[in-house]
Structures are given as structure tokens and as C-alpha cells.
Design a protein around this ligand. Structure first.
Ligand code: SF4
Length: 341
């Protein structure tokens, strides 16, 4: 039977019981909706332009969380960095990112830092736990964040309540990064993203490089934070992980969102052949069916082919797929594929 909280029956997460009596609720202000319209991000590298995000549009409402899924290099991290206005200098961004009714892209950097970054939206960067500074204690690193954002409240109280909210004890604050485990480091970087009580956190591959038990603990932590009112954008190559958290899912392929909709609709009735291939790549409990890997590689984003970008790998490709596929409305979103015109 399908569990409505977890339509994919993932053994490694939903079979594990995790209890942590230290976890305290963090109260947040109202959450806010995010809307992305026709967003394009290009990187200029020497003589080449790489279009990492290509005319991406989607939105989700207050109280919702979203997953962005796709292979490495599909543009999902760039999408997160664009929302955080943290792209490299050689990146150009066009389109619209609205947080509530505020246009993020039309804000100056100073305005964004003052009002939005870390206070309304923060990010757990990919591999962030490995970038903790080895020569400072965890407490010192929290203090630096608060200083950087001109925090005027009580440092000690704020840091201690945040560290408790991710299931760690105060004792971790006096430790150096090498003195704590990978799972604890990941909780620390999540706590750092939460220290100014943002309404939304973008978590980029927060469970990668962690063993399955620690992955489960981090996912349970994210679910707890979501229940307390945090809106999460979870970026992952793993649709199983996303199914644990998100109400909405965007499937990204070669810089484009090729399918978007409610998690339940996409898991129960995936429409794009790439979504189907991603779902087929997840091992399921009790299933003996051999997993079939998707052959081939995504196209280069320097000169992406015209027509459907999945054409070379698609088992259902047709002649007309050489033309740009239409965006077809679905029950709760859209799919970009000629099969559904
Ligand atoms: Fe496959 Fe054609 Fe759909 Fe692209 S448009 S995913 S090639 S069927």
C-alpha cells in the first residue's frame, strides 16, 4: 500500500526509528510563497556561454515545500544559488524571482543582505559540512554569522536554542569541527542556516556523503523543521529523499524543468520519460525487478540541441521530438513532452 507521506517505499528511511529528546520547537513567522518566472542563468567562460538554467518557471505556496530533482550538472544548484543571489561573478540572470510580492532580482545586493539573506531565506550549501573552519570552535563560527548579519539580540541564547533545535547539545559549541562526526557537522550547518530564523531554507544535497542512518536522522530533522513552519526547497538527485519532504516536485534536465507538479501526482503518474527513468532507478522494498540504468549522458549546456534535450536518451523519441516540445498542462503542473500534446 502506498503511504501518503512517502509514496515511494524507501526502506532506508522509513524503516528507521530515530528519537531525540533534545529537539525543541523553533517558532517562526509566517511562511512565504516563492514564484520563479522565466528564469535563465548563463555563465560566461572564456569564449563560451553555458546556459545552466533555461527559462525555468514554477511557484509554490505558503506552507509548501518543494523538491528539485535531476542528475549532476542539470542546473539545480545554480537555481538555488540564483535565489540566494550568490552566483559567481561570471553569471548573468534574467527573469523574475518573487518572494511573496518582493522581487529578489531587482533588489540591490545590500538590500538583499539586509532584509532577505539568512533572515528570510537561507541555504545549506552542497558539501557545507566540509567547509566549517577547522581553526575555530563551532560557537565562534556561529558568532561570526550573527556579527556578519548585524544581529542585535542575545548571541548566547540564540546560538544555544538553535543548536538544541537541530537535536545537538550545548557541548558541541566548544568543539572544533574535527572533534565531531559527519552527522553532527551536517546538523551544525543546518543550525547555522536556521540561526536567524528564516522562513525558507534551500538545502542542496543535505544527505549526500552521509551513511544511511545519518541520512535518515537528517531527513527526520528536516521533517520536524518543516512541521514547525519552515518551508524547504530540497535539491537532490534522489527522488526517494525528496518524496519524504516535498509537496511539489520539479524534475530538471539539462537546465530545464521538464515536469512539475504535486509530489503525489508525479510519483503515482509520472509523465515525462525522464521522470519515469528517475523513478525506475530507485530500489523498492520487496521488488525483484532489475534496475535499468538510463543510457547516455545529458547534452552539453554550451550549445544545447534544438528540440527535446532528452531526445538522444528517450526510449519513446519520435521525429517531431526534434522540435522544441510544448509545455502541456497536467493535473497539478506541467510536462514538456510531445507525448502529451
Ligand atoms: Fe521523449 Fe519526445 Fe517526450 Fe522528448 S518530447 S521526452 S524525446 S517523447
Amino acid at each position: 500500500m502506498i503511504n501518503s507521506d512517502n509514496p515511494i517505499n524507501i526502506p532506508r528511511l522509513n524503516q528507521i526509528v530515530f528519537q531525540n529528546s533534545n529537539v525543541l520547537p523553533v517558532h517562526r513567522k509566517h511562511m512565504v510563497a516563492l514564484s520563479i518566472k522565466d528564469l535563465t542563468v548563463q555563465y560566461q567562460s572564456q569564449k563560451k556561454k553555458v546556459c545552466a538554467v533555461d527559462h525555468v518557471s514554477f511557484s509554490y505556496k505558503e506552507n509548501e515545500s518543494i523538491g528539485i530533482a535531476g542528475e549532476s550538472g542539470c542546473g539545480k544548484s545554480t537555481l538555488g544559488l540564483a535565489i540566494m543571489k550568490t552566483l559567481q561573478e561570471n553569471a548573468s540572470v534574467v527573469g523574475e524571482i518573487l518572494l511573496g510580492d518582493k522581487s529578489i532580482l531587482s533588489m540591490s545586493d545590500a538590500e538583499f543582505t539586509k532584509d532577505i539573506r539568512w533572515k528570510q531565506i537561507s541555504m545549506v550549501f552542497q558539501g557545507a559540512m566540509n567547509s566549517l573552519d577547522p581553526v575555530f570552535t563551532i560557537k565562534k563560527q556561529f558568532e561570526e554569522i550573527l556579527k556578519k548579519h548585524s544581529f542585535e539580540g542575545n548571541y548566547k541564547q540564540t546560538i544555544e536554542s538553535t543548536i538544541l533545535s537541530v537535536g545537538l547539545t550545548h557541548s558541541v559549541l566548544d568543539k572544533y569541527p574535527h572533534e565531531i562526526s559527519g552527522g553532527m557537522k551536517q546538523r551544525v550547518v543546518i543550525a547555522m542556516a536556521l540561526v536567524l530564523k528564516p522562513k525558507m531554507v534551500i538545502a542542496d544535497e543535505p544527505t549526500t556523503a552521509l551513511d544511511v542512518l545519518v541520512q535518515a536522522q537528517i531527513m527526520i530533522l528536516l521533517k520536524k523543521l518543516k512541521k514547525e513552519g519552515l518551508s524547504i526547497m530540497l535539491i537532490s538527485h534522489d527522488l526517494g529523499i525528496i518524496s519524504e519532504i516535498a509537496e511539489k516536485v520539479g524534475i530538471m534536465y539539462a537546465g530545464q524543468i521538464v515536469e512539475f507538479g504535486n509530489m503525489q501526482d508525479i510519483y503515482r503518474n509520472p509523465k515525462h520519460p525522464y521522470t519515469i527513468a528517475l523513478l525506475d532507478s530507485i530500489p523498492k522494498l520487496g521488488e525483484t525487478k532489475k534496475i535499468t540504468p538510463l543510457k547516455g549522458n545529458p547534452p552539453s549546456l554550451v550549445n544545447p540541441p534544438s528540440g527535446c534535450r532528452f531526445y538522444d536518451r528517450c526510449p519513446q523519441a519520435m521525429e517531431k521530438c526534434k522540435k522544441e516540445p510544448p509545455k502541456i498542462k497536467t493535473e497539478s503542473g506541467f510536462v514538456m513532452c510531445w507525448l502529451h500534446e
